[in-house]
Design a protein around this ligand. Sequence first.
Ligand SMILES: [Zn+2]
Length: 380
Amino acid sequence: MSPKSRLSDHERALFARQMRLPGVGEAGQLRLRDAKVLILGAGGLGSPVGLYLAAAGISQLGIADPDKVEISNLHRQIIHGFDTLGMPKTVSAAEALGEINPGARIALHPEGFKPDNAAELISRYDLVVDCTDNFATRYLAADACVLGRRPLVHGSVLRQEGQVASFLPGCGCYRCVYPVMPDASSVPTCADAGVFGATCGVIGSWMAAEVIAVLLGQRTQSRMQVIDVEAGTSKVLRLSADPSCPLCAHAGSIRDLDAARYQASSCPAPSMSEYPLEITVEEACRLLTGVNPPILIDVREPDEHAVCRIAVARLIPMNTVPARLAEIPQNVPILVHCHHGGRSMKVTQFLRSKGFPQVANVKGGIEAWSVKIDPQVPRY
Ligand SMILES: [Zn+2]
């Protein structure tokens, strides 16, 4: 065994606590040390991701970010400080990472992650972490990782909610969940919706944990977690490849990183941002009993429907939704429910990606409906 394939005494002391974890040990720590990870964006998510990955002993990190540190960044982008205001974020972040892991080699990519450098850039790394906050870069990262066969860990945050996903090559990709890039103005950003730094900390820390799990070989399929920090809840959605995905399917249409594909559309957006992604059962009840009630779709299985149902709901089991899209009117308000709200959230996001702007998930599903609205509806 060469010295390079062993940990030094210094490294053993430094990482003793995490090496005790099942699945880590010396072999796992070596995997982390020798992994090359590219972090896209040194902002609210990139800060905890970078800090925790460097602290975990990942010693070859790349940071791609074209921006400079501004004062409005500091409440959430904790990798930067007042002393680095005005500096390129890559330089500021590298200073902080160097303090936490002096042995780390940090590669700076201040030109950012763009269609003309994306493929070459990811070819130098083993894994990509998407900490960006715009759809153009998010879709570019998703496409580049599938075409370059690199695992991608993705994260996003909006107000008090966030998503963390890991996409493994051949096991479903970002476009399996969100096939088409939405117009930038159709979804609010942190700049106009507001965000707590601590929320970025939660989501970013979760992303770092996901990167470590992927590098240690602890993931065998793609998955997405939907996290509500205020409610204190999270759901895990197991993902699989969509045979009609425009990117990763055999007959997919996306075969290169054509820059035109990642330009924000100038078309006026549908009123998606005015229509919430998720509503409570109380709000759903108010809408369903009001004038012009929305359509309610139940995406559970027929055997669950046989146990209990909300009278006005239309049953379209989740796995039949793609084939039955024509049955769903496009420009009317739609609510989607399932048992607890997990499957229906997936369908809600799928329908939005297919051009249904006014779709919302019923939080807590029929279980919450039974508890809070109608106890006559049996629980199971
Ligand atoms: Zn896909």
